[in-house]
Design a protein around this ligand. Structure first.
Ligand code: FE2
Length: 339
């Protein structure tokens, strides 16, 4: 496959998506059926077929352009638990959820500073800068999901940009810079619970751009790259600084960026292989109660099988008893997790 044929389906080109390209409405009847199903009235199987039909309608938008969807539910009163339940069903219908931070991880400001210790930026209120999720050589989710339970009081917009378009822009205008992005680049090790020492940082190396075997993958977070070389007391590889300046230049051009501020109940699913995302800095409400809260999930890879045709309940459509068991297990083992 030529690079052009790999990249073409992923690109926005001159047509940066608008809100209507991304929004999918979940019918109230489906939300009710999901919630009733999990309250134990036996409608799970029926709603699972409806959910699968709906998900199959918009799943192709994640695999190729525009690379993201924003699910909206009707403006009705739903509790946090209701929203988490609907989000869990939608997420699990897309694919296997990763457990590194627990299946669902509350993204909120913990008053921490990622510049003072190796902690994920998801635990701060700082601007994240454009990045893809996971800085580990061993793992990269295909899709990142975010459910909004409480928007930021000020700021906290979600920004998206297309790395396939970036690649084509570099190829056209700065081709000489591509090799420095296609060689293994070291990243800091930040996943909680992992060994964080020089040997592990040295091992934690992979390219920013990988365009081979018929696939395109972009993995970038400048801050963790800089941190890795600083901790190893090594110079950045020759030319990398200049190449990353160009990457950031592309991502900071508003013509290349889709911006949205999620409202309560909205669910954003983003391809993490060819889109890059960022979050603007935010402030929580002065009352100290309404803290910006998004619930993140990492989906290993998009499911390609037809789960309903299999004739068995998949993990996305557990019986009520299984669901309760999974809830207790998850709550017991994961920090800040609450499905
Ligand atoms: Fe992120």
């Amino acid at each position: 496959m030529s690079p052009e044929s790999i990249l073409a389906p992923l690109r926005w080109q001159q047509h940066k998506p608008v809100e209507s390209d991304a929004v999918v409405h979940i019918p109230l009847e489906m939300v009710d059926a999901i919630l009733e199903g999990y309250s134990g009235n036996g409608r799970v199987c029926e709603s699972s077929v409806q959910v699968e039909r709906l998900v199959n309608q918009w799943k192709p938008r994640l695999a190729a352009s525009p690379g993201f969807v924003c699910l909206q539910i009707p403006d009705a009163f739903f509790t946090d638990d209701d929203l988490r339940t609907v989000y869990a069903v939608m997420s699990k219908s897309l694919g296997q959820l990763n457990q590194r931070y627990g299946e669902f991880f509350d993204v909120k400001d913990h008053g921490l500073d990622h510049t003072k210790s190796a902690i994920p930026i998801s635990k701060t209120r700082a601007c994240s800068g454009f990045h893809t999720d996971s800085s580990s050589v061993d793992y990269c989710p295909e899709v990142v999901g975010l459910l909004c339970l409480q928007p930021g009081y000020r700021g906290g917009e979600s920004l998206l940009a297309n790395a396939a378009d970036l690649y084509c822009w570099l190829w056209k205008n700065h081709r000489v810079r591509l090799p420095s992005l296609e060689m293994p680049i070291k990243r800091d090790v930040i996943t909680p619970g992992t060994v964080q020492n020089r040997i592990e940082i040295d091992r934690n190396a992979f390219p920013v751009i990988n365009l081979k075997d018929g696939k395109f993958q972009f993995r970038y977070m400048r801050y963790w790259i800089s941190q890795a070389y600083q901790k190893l007391e090594m110079e950045l590889p020759q030319g990398l600084e200049k190449s990353m300046d160009l990457v950031d230049q592309f991502f900071h051009d508003p013509r290349n960026v889709f911006s949205t501020k999620l409202s309560r109940g909205e669910m954003l699913f983003v391809n993490n292989h060819h889109l890059c995302h960022s979050r603007t800095a935010f402030l929580d409400a002065p009352d100290g109660v309404h803290k910006r809260t998004l619930v993140r999930t990492w989906i290993d890879s998009l499911r390609t099988d037809n789960i309903c045709d299999a004739g068995t309940a998949s993990s996305a459509f557990l019986s009520s008893d299984d669901w309760c068991a999974e809830q207790s297990e998850s709550a017991a083992t994961s920090e800040g997790i609450h499905i």
